[in-house]
Design a protein around this ligand. Sequence first.
Ligand code: THU
Length: 134
Amino acid sequence: MTDEALIAAAREASHHSYSPYSNFAVGAALRFADGSVVTGTNIENASYGLALCAETVAVSKAMADGKRGGLEAVAVTGPGDEPITPCGRCRQVLNELAQLGGTDPVILCVGPGEIRRFKLSDLLPQAFGPASLS
Ligand code: THU
């Protein structure tokens, strides 16, 4: 799948966002080495602090389906004028899945007029992960 199609998948996922409190619909799409794609969107809660970010939902779906690595690319879309980058917690959650397969995925942060590309290791340098426990 191309980066453009991955971005379209993230946007499509954001249409299912449950974000009545922030009105900030985020979409995420994960691309794996085997070509598969898993999407997620943010799910909020009346207890505001319990919101789940789109990236965390996508990683949870993927791991619940048995994925343990092979993460090559992540697209993140938001509703604003600027690209959004994954929050700190999501960086750590993405790092867990990436480190399991020894990849350093590209993170495509997508705005209306711009795509910013980062490596996960640039967003989360010196990460603590599964390898740190061995
Ligand atoms: N959000 C995400 O889904 N991903 C991020 O990386 C940043 C924030 C969500 C959480 C909340 O539902 C809304 O955006 C506003 O913060």
